[in-house]
Structure formats: structure tokens, C-alpha cells
Design a protein around this ligand. Structure first.
Ligand code: TYD
Length: 133
């Protein structure tokens, strides 16, 4: 349903440096990068799946909780460090909850933004899962 990728971070007295390179520590070609900043802890986000998209999600600051659902099982993953990336590439319903005030999420994606790739209705998501199995 998901994979965690560990990143090597270069840390010294000046701070931390995270380097992401397509097809190296990012397992796809990067067409898009977007960030979630100034999140409101009161409002969860996401609540959708993608038909055909690979994403690598890195929590650059703060923390948040992902709820992931493949139509059969539901699990949760906390992101609270920049040295791990959450890789989502299959048909997975994702929700983001419990944002800390300072949470910054960076998302790398292998496709441009395309609203037609979104499944935003949970019942439709379940039907597509059933149809694919
Ligand atoms: P949305 O997918 O609803 O955010 P989330 O899944 O985090 O709750 O996107 C919010 C708005 O931003 C929506 O109008 C679509 C737009 N958007 C883009 O224009 N480009 C993008 O790459 C993304 C992810 C969203």
C-alpha cells in the first residue's frame, strides 16, 4: 500500500541538507513538486485517491498523520522527520490528519496536476478497487 524511503541527510554544525534526485533516491522522474504550508491543524486534507500517480511525500517540518486505505485495509503512518519519504504509487485513498502548527509537507509527483486523475468520492474509490480485483 505504501513504502517508506530512507534518505541520507548531510548534517553538520550549520544545519541539515536533504538532496533528492530523480531515479536515484526518488524512484521516478519528477514532473511536479508542491508544498503544503501554513496548514490549519483543525482541517484534515486529502480525502482522495489517484488513478495513475506516483508521489513521494516528505515532512520537512512538524508532523502529521496519514490514513491510507487500499479498499481492503486501512492503516496510518505518522510523518515527523525529513529523512523519510512516504511513497504512494498504487490505488490508495489518502487522508492527512493531525497537522502540527509548523507542519511543512513537500510532495514530489511523476505527473503534472490533472484533476481527472483524482477519485474524490470514497464509494467510487471502493467500486474501482472492486472492479480492479
Ligand atoms: P487538493 O488536491 O484539494 O488538496 P489536498 O489534497 O491537499 O486536500 O488541492 C487544493 C487546490 O489546489 C485545488 O484547487 C487543486 C489545486 N492544486 C493545483 O493546482 N496543483 C496541484 O499540484 C495540486 C496538488 C493541487
Amino acid at each position: 500500500m505504501y513504502k517508506i524511503i530512507d534518505f541520507q541527510i548531510s548534517s553538520d554544525g550549520r544545519g541539515d541538507l536533504l538532496s533528492l534526485e530523480q531515479t536515484k533516491n526518488v524512484p521516478f522522474e519528477i514532473k511536479r513538486v508542491y508544498c503544503l504550508t501554513r496548514v490549519n491543524p483543525q482541517f484534515p486534507r486529502g480525502f482522495h485517491a489517484h488513478l495513475n500517480l506516483q508521489q513521494l511525500i516528505v515532512c520537512l517540518a512538524g508532523s502529521c498523520r496519514f490514513v491510507l486505505d487500499d479498499g481492503s485495509d486501512r492503516t496510518e503512518v505518522w510523518l515527523d522527520t525529513a529523512n523519510k519519504g512516504l511513497l504512494l504509487k498504487d490505488l490508495v485513498w489518502r487522508e492527512m490528519h493531525n497537522f502540527s502548527d509548523d507542519c511543512v509537507l513537500m510532495v514530489l509527483a511523476n505527473e503534472f496536476y490533472d484533476e481527472a486523475d483524482y477519485i474524490r468520492d470514497y464509494q467510487s474509490f471502493l467500486k474501482i478497487c472492486r472492479d480492479q480485483s
